[in-house]
Every structure is written in C-alpha cells, then in structure tokens.
Ligand binder design. Sequence first.
Ligand code: FES
Length: 79
Amino acid sequence: MMIQVCIGSSCHVKGSYEVKTIFENLIRENQLEEQITLRPAFCLGNCGEGVSVKIDGEPISGVTTENAADIFRQYVLKG
Ligand code: FES
C-alpha cells in the first residue's frame, strides 16, 4: 500500500508535515512498515481542500491533525 502526503506549499501551510508524522507513528504502532510506503508528494492538485493525501491512488482531501488517525483507520486498517 502506498500513502502519499502532499507537501506542496498550500498543504504544507495547513499542516502536512504534522499529518505525515501522525501517519508515520500509526504505521509504526501497527507494525505496518513492511506493507506501507509513505511518500511525500508534490501538489496533488487539490490545494483548496488540503491537506491532500492519496492512499493507493485514491485522493482524500481535508486531512487534518484531528482526523488523520480516523482516516488511517478507515482507509488503511479498514475499520
Ligand atoms: S499543495 Fe497540496 S494539493 Fe496543492
């Protein structure tokens, strides 16, 4: 599985670094280092609704430090 976190300037301002850190910690806590590749991505073309993320190519907008863990549970752990 591939998780891309936009580090374009608009998403950066909205906290993409923190979102990426949350994902990193969740990957570690769930011992998914082997299964998940976490990559920074340049502008994913949805700046107005950042932070933008793609999980296996599926675009997800509006990711924040508050909802990042829920999104991880929903899309990565699937429940
Ligand atoms: S800067 Fe993140 S979608 Fe454009």
